[in-house]
Write a protein that binds this ligand. Structure first.
Ligand SMILES: NC(=O)C1=CN([C@@H]2O[C@H](COP(=O)(O)OP(=O)(O)OC[C@H]3O[C@@H](n4cnc5c(N)ncnc54)[C@H](OP(=O)(O)O)[C@@H]3O)[C@@H](O)[C@H]2O)C=CC1
Ligand SMILES: CC(C)CCC[C@@H](C)[C@H]1CC[C@H]2C3=C(CC[C@]12C)[C@@]1(C)CCC(=O)C[C@@H]1CC3
Length: 350
């Protein structure tokens, strides 16, 4: 029996989701277990373990036979990412899907004037689809000295992937990385001279545009080794991240707005609104052959006016040259942080 159990575990696909304790990440886990309860090994990689345990219990209540594990990771901390990756290597002998979903939009500022101006302009649909021109954020600096949004949304995930490279690049097998990007990702918010976005007021947009670029370059470097990368946009979903945009609006007020949002959805199918709908594309990608995906496309979750979910690829505004330059800069930063970590460990051994 033990041998059989060992064989089953060995065969089961391993799926790791960062930011899986709420919102879109949790909805993805729920959807995956609904199609295959016993055949998957899910790993919920979360920062807040109290919320992670609640998510774990909720998943096991609806799928008592599921194999769901928890892993602590704070993607804004270099040491946390490295120890989490070491733990993954200890626990599993394969990693089939890595959903890089954790993300923050700290201290958002909603520009009411720009919003009302936008409402009566030709760009109204674009404004609702992307949030462009109406949102800025105030970023912070992590204890490692890096910009918080850049570290949480992009660089922490990049380090995680680099650490897990031996597990992800296995002969005769493919693995998939899926970056939760956004329609808010915009070239104008990103600069190769300031990849951390220290100077601007749109760190969120910059970090998401950087993930679009990074995914492309990862494909050029890793496809031969069986590792594929894609980017997605879940649409506009009501989650903790979006509730935080209008902090004076309690969550229930957002819910009161739902009929208005349904109305807007008649004009823009990007208003997916629920985490279940937002996770549509993440779930869809799980069923695709990675070789068939377009590295220049962002895959979008969309919901029609009648409430039907579907996935659509849209070409991204990216080019290989910029994505290669970003990759070089990230590798350089990786060398620097690893050196700093080594020096610190020499000074005070564990
Ligand atoms: N909602 C929307 O309309 C859209 C969302 N997105 C993206 O979707 C992703 C999921 O967000 P969403 O579900 O909406 O929002 P939630 O706030 O519900 O989820 C964000 C998740 O990220 C986790 N997280 C945040 N910071 C860290 C960190 N430092 N280390 C580890 N985990 C962390 C949170 O965990 P914790 O409990 O610890 O805070 C939480 O689980 C994000 O990347 C977001 O940018 C993209 C487009 C639109
Ligand atoms: C009636 C009012 C309360 C309506 C307010 C609507 C806006 C707050 C939203 C319209 C489009 C939304 C949007 C986002 C945030 C909230 C809106 C600006 C995102 C920027 C959230 C994060 C993303 O990654 C993309 C979203 C695009 C759409």
């Amino acid at each position: 029996f033990l041998y059989w159990q060992f064989e089953v575990n060995r065969m089961n696909k391993v799926i790791l989701v960062t930011g899986a304790n709420s919102g879109i990440g949790l909805a993805l886990c729920e959807r995956l277990l609904s199609v295959d309860t016993e055949g998957l090994q899910l790993c919920l990689a979360c920062r807040n373990m109290r919320r992670a345990e609640a998510a774990h219990s909720a998943l096991l209540t609806s799928h008592p036979k599921a194999q769901v594990a928890l892993l602590q990771v704070d993607t804004s901390s270099i040491s946390s990412v490295i120890s989490a990756a070491q733990e993954v290597k200890k626990r599993y002998d394969r990693l089939d899907y890595l959903y890089l979903n954790a993300g923050i939009m700290p201290n958002p500022r909603f520009d009411v004037n720009a919003f009302f101006k936008g409402l009566f302009s030709r760009n109204v649909i674009t404004m609702f689809a992307t949030g462009e021109g109406i949102l800025t954020q105030q970023d912070g600096v992590t204890p490692d000295g890096l910009q918080e949004v850049f570290m949480t949304n992009l660089f922490g995930h990049f380090l995680f992937v680099r650490e897990l490279e031996p597990m992800l690049c296995r002969a005769g097998r493919t693995s998939q990385l899926v970056w939760t990007s956004s329609s808010n990702a915009h070239r104008s918010a990103f600069s190769l001279e300031d990849i951390q976005h220290k100077k601007g007021t749109q760190p969120y947009s910059s970090s998401k545009y950087a993930s679009d670029l990074l995914s492309l370059t990862l494909n050029t470097h890793y496809n031969k080794q069986g590792l594929y990368s894609s980017v997605i946009c879940p649409g506009f979903v009501m989650t903790n991240l979006t509730y935080n945009i209008l902090p004076s609006f309690p969550a229930f007020l957002w819910t009161l707005f739902t009929p208005i949002f349904w109305l807007i959805r008649m004009f823009t199918n990007t208003f997916t609104l629920t985490p279940y709908n937002g996770a549509e594309v993440l779930f869809w990608l799980f069923k695709q052959k990675p070789e068939s995906l377009d590295p220049y496309a962002k895959y979008h979750s969309l919901t029609s006016g009648l409430g039907n979910n579907y996935t659509q690829p849209r070409k991204m505004d990216i080019d290989l040259e910029t994505s290669e330059s970003l990759y070089e800069k990230l590798l350089q930063l990786e060398r620097e942080v690893r050196k700093k970590l080594k020096d610190e460990q020499k000074e005070s051994p564990p």
